[in-house]
Design a protein around this ligand. Structure first.
Ligand code: ARG
Length: 563
């Protein structure tokens, strides 16, 4: 369409001596002839001093002399409607087609760090860290499809207050180190948090002090503290990796918070000396951010000299910039930390770190409570464990599909596919509602619906693997126009999403493609058609399979063998 836009602008210049006319195309509603429509004639009517309808007629008369690629008509007060021939669409798709179809090199030479899922050592992997993982993985895939080099890092929470809470809670529980599981650790953590809260409400701080003691011991590399930390870390890592594997995500690095505690404190000293940070009377250190419109300074060192979240993030940003020289440094973390990241990024600017920091934030996963209210997802025990969610998803898939032929691998692909896809059903900034009836449905806007469309295409292709690849010169592609148009949109979509990182647009696209495919099947005979049509249609199905697989793949969905 770009060529046609330019051509129309050219014609306007020739006919009316108007330079740089704006020519936009809008999609035309299904009940009106034509595929696209422009109001270019109406826009210039005043300047050209003629009635818009007459201008439209004059422009169209010229365009008709160019080629028969398009069919033009005039509607209303002077809209120019353009109908594209199926044949020209097929030619365009063929010309653009390659093994890399959909990918581009716009990010070539650029580096992005993408951080996810950044779970915490002290807690089992819960649904709270589902979105960082799925959004992070999609972000990585999408940037790579745009030619970026992507380095992924799991900035996992293995330092800071939780460690103290956890060790003390463990000691109070009376368990032994070799029997404790990640789930015990999770319970211990929750119980300790409650005890600390109760204590604080009574105005006491005995437990809180003990927690701080353990933190200090760990920082001083006390042997006992290190032993606990190491053991808990191994238990937690094993668990985290297990869940990530089920989700089909992984990262290149796992530089957790503890890795950055010491370097963070060194940096605090350095920036204090340079006058960029300020020390409070109680010894704590802050960085003022007023010049960035943020009147709450960021705390970078606690009064007792220990590192906190921002200390480690300071060192982490410093490390990434020095080691990896990223153009973009992307954090996939929930919306609750929005303000914190605004502070962190402002501090990065103040300190002169030359990188574009990006916070990919998202809303919570909600559920409908027993009394019908929408609320953050939880279970009677508190958080919902991701493993439990995945187990439940597999159970639902087994029941819903009632197909004894399904392999375990296929069930897992459908179950995780459904869950991941639900993460992209709306703009990531809105929370998502976990509605199992929709998410696992084979119809409607769902992952399984899109997967099924692909499985169905593959089945047709498998059964007709021997189709002849003929010269389609005589085929008109009239029934395939909508499908062709959608397939042609894919590269631009990938490019757009590579810039705005709005991965949900890919999910919408997959849904449209699957729907269009269903419409197509309804009205078109594929395998029973005459030879030329059959070959043409099957070759289009190959491209459908390719694009659908790639688009779903960007979101981390795989295609099951059967469904
Ligand atoms: N572990 C943190 C949490 O669960 C998220 C870490 C985000 N990344 C960062 N660099 N601060 O809340």
């Amino acid at each position: 369409m770009e060529n046609l836009k330019n051509r129309i602008a050219e014609v306007i210049k020739e006919l009316y001596a108007i330079d740089g006319a704006i020519v936009d195309f809008a999609d035309v509603p299904a009940d009106i002839p034509g595929d696209y429509s422009t109001n270019a004639a109406m826009r210039i009517a005043k300047q050209a001093g003629k009635a818009p309808r007459q201008i439209a007629e004059e422009i169209v008369e010229r365009l008709r002399q160019d080629s028969d690629e398009y069919v033009f008509s005039i509607a209303g007060p002077g809209f120019i409607n353009v109908e594209v021939s199926g044949k020209s669409l097929a030619e365009r798709l063929n010309a653009a087609w390659s093994d890399d179809y959909g990918c581009n090199k716009s990010g070539e030479g650029k580096v992005a760090v993408v951080e996810f899922p950044s779970t915490n050592m002290a807690k089992p992997y819960s649904v709270g860290h589902l979105r960082p993982g799925t959004q992070g993985w999609a972000t990585k895939q999408i940037l790579e499809a745009n030619g970026w080099k992507v380095i992924t890092d799991n900035h996992w929470g293995d330092a800071g207050t939780p460690f103290g809470i956890w060790t003390l809670g463990f000691l109070r529980s009376g368990m032994s180190l070799d029997e404790v599981t990640i789930y015990d650790l999770g319970d211990i953590y929750i119980k300790m948090k409650k005890d600390l809260k109760d204590e604080a409400a009574e105005g006491k701080h005995e437990l809180a002090d003990e927690v701080q003691e353990w933190l200090k011991k760990l920082e001083a590399k006390d042997a006992e503290a290190v032993k606990y930390a190491e053991t808990f870390k191994q238990i937690s890592l094993k668990h985290t990796h297990g869940v990530m594997e089920r989700l089909g995500i992984s990262t290149d690095y796992e530089l957790g918070e503890s890795f950055f505690a010491e370097p963070g404190k060194e940096l605090v000293k350095k920036y204090l000396a340079e006058g960029k940070f300020e020390q409070n009377d109680d010894g704590s250190v802050i960085c003022r951010l007023d010049e960035y419109g943020i009147d709450v300074p960021i705390l970078v060192l606690k009064s007792n000299g220990t590192a906190l979240y921002a200390t480690t993030d300071l060192a982490c940003m410093d490390y990434r910039v020095r080691e990896w020289h990223p153009d973009k440094n992307i954090y996939c973390v929930g919306a609750e930390q929005k303000f914190y990241f605004e502070q962190l990024f402002a501090m990065g600017k103040k300190l002169g770190y030359d990188v574009e920091n990006v916070h990919i934030w998202f809303g919570t996963i909600d559920q409908i409570s027993e009394d019908g209210k929408r609320e953050k997802m939880s279970s009677r025990k508190g958080v919902v464990l991701l493993e439990a969610m995945l187990d439940d998803a597999e159970k639902r898939v087994r029941e819903n599909f009632n197909n004894s032929d399904l392999s375990d691998a296929d069930i897992a692909k459908i179950a995780t596919g459904a869950i991941k896809f639900s993460d992209f059903m709306a703009d990531r900034k809105t929370g998502i509602l976990y509605d199992p009836d929709k998410i696992f449905a084979l119809t409607g806007f769902s992952g399984p619906f899109c997967q099924y469309a692909t499985v169905r295409v593959r089945r047709i292709l498998d059964k007709n693997a021997d189709f002849a690849r003929v010269d389609f010169a005589d085929y008109d592609w009239a029934e395939e126009k909508s499908l062709l148009q959608l397939l042609l949109k894919f590269p631009d979509l990938v490019k757009l999403v590579g810039e705005n990182l709005e991965a949900h647009r890919i999910a919408q696209y997959c849904f449209e493609l699957a729907q269009e495919l269903n419409r197509y099947y309804e009205k078109t005979q594929i395998t029973q058609a005459d030879d030329v049509a059959r070959s043409a249609r099957l070759s289009l199905m190959e491209k459908m399979d390719f694009v659908m697989t790639r688009a779903l793949g960007l979101l981390g969905l795989e295609i099951p063998e059967k469904m």
